[in-house]
Write a protein that binds this ligand. Sequence first.
Ligand code: ADP
Ligand code: MG
Length: 588
Amino acid sequence: MPIRLLSAQTVNRIAAGEVIERPAAAVKELVENALDAGASRVEVILTGGGIDRIEVIDDGTGIPAGELMLAIERHATSKLGDEALVRITSLGFRGEALPSIGAAARLTLISRPQGQDSAYKITVAGGEVGEVAPVAAGFGTRAIAEDLFYATPARRKFLRSVRAEADAAERVVWRLALSAPAVGFRLVSDQRVMFELPAQDEAARVAALFGRDTAAALLALEAERDGVVLTGLAGPASLSRATMALQSFVVNGRPVLDPLLRMALRLAYRDVIAAGRHPVAALRLRVPAEQLDVNVHPAKTELRFADANGIRSLVIGAIGRLLSRPVSLAGAPAAYAPVRSPATAPGPALQLYPMAAPAPRSSIAARGFAEAELAFGAPPLARHFAPEPAGQDHPLGAPVAQILDTYVLAVAADGSLVIIDQHAAHERLTEERLRAEFAAGAVVAQPLLLPVVVDMAASDAARLLGNAATLQRLGLEIEAFGAGAVLVRAVPAALRDANASAMLQDLAEELAESDTPVALEAKLDAALARLACHRSIRAGRRLELAEMSALLREMEATPRAGTCSHGRPTFLKLTKAELEKLFGRRGM
Ligand code: ADP
Ligand code: MG
């Protein structure tokens, strides 16, 4: 075939594939246009995950009737004053979103700038441009994209479920709303109002979008390095989540999913958050324009920093200081306790306190931070008990001491020494009990005397409610309770004293984590493990002798009790023979 130039329509369809790879991307472009137009209020209405219809309404500057035709042209933009691409201050600048959406879908723009006596409308469908015609409408712009990818069926095949596309599109609006707290936002998805937010300050916006309880625990941070300014809110170590869903990064006003920033955050928390858990943070960076390239990817969610190492150190340093702040200086002491701060490390090893002399625990820690393993006001190194001999049929032996309120020390009838991690062990027991009940189709639900209302992000609530029938099989009965809240009527009996709010939050994230068609069973299995974790005895809880004995006896009777659900051992055992070998009392 000879070389020829592609038609404008084909070029636009190719570009559409890059810029608009799924409904969420179209939502992002349209909302960015609204923000670039200086809107003080943006409304987004999604139908069928945005595949059927996306509508974005703003009260911004509008597009003059004479420019409507140009707005949908490729490479046409009103935003690029600096064609050297250095000082880019708007969210858009490539002039390809509207033509791309118009190539893949049916796009209608209705717009009326201040001073224009009527609104005008233009339609592009599969690249075919219609007439510009007057219509009745108020000031601002209304962009409607319908039947996404009807003109590019190859792309349509790659769409995931409606729920997954809706999730992604809602997340995009959630991120943009976080980036622009001074703009009022309303998001409606399949007739459900996901959020409706007035113009507000940053802290109020984070509270509305992260959930009030979570936001209350966050700590403010501020740091500067070589002209780069970092501000925002970040969680204490105790606030980890199952996914990265509650992490937001805004760079020069642009919400980004930047790998460098994510990695820096992960490193900052590496020593204080368990592997597989993720910190919570809403961070904002202001970088001098010439040190930043936003034109790395058509979707503009990744950046290139001139000084990547500097940015990384800034983030890691600021959070490191936050995590090691003494409690009395912390912004939200009720939920904060430093872990592994050198000043609060436990004293010299091998010093046994008698039972009667527990070190005083700070009341703050006890109240807000049940999980503060070894945090401060160190627990007694050991509390010991008069041994009560264990029978031959009890290989894990009889408890003789609890160490650091975390490990149980036991001695078996044959002289073996056993050390049990109380949290890991209990987690496994709870999980196995739930699993057995679940397999028998008989998870015992415990109705709550007073139903609990759990506030959460509306999208999380929607996801949980969408799975209500499944959750019922797990003994969890929930109902809708207005936007952004779920009413819990019953919980699995095995988990009756777990924290319902944390449990639901984790479940919502578990359900969102992968939207590939994973077998439902696999998801339920993961959910069981997560639920079990919530009920389990915390490291740091003082146990009575009877509780310790009961724990050991139940472990002996439970399958797979040797490891916790994360695969770590629940106990270590040193037999009499092994001890003799270690002390050289016996030939090797
Ligand atoms: P870009 O945003 O990169 O400039 P787009 O294709 O998204 O490219 O938009 C093209 C142009 O249409 C914009 O530069 C802007 O002038 C105009 N425009 C698009 N949406 C709006 C809106 N909601 N309000 C005002 N003007 C808009
Ligand atoms: Mg744009």
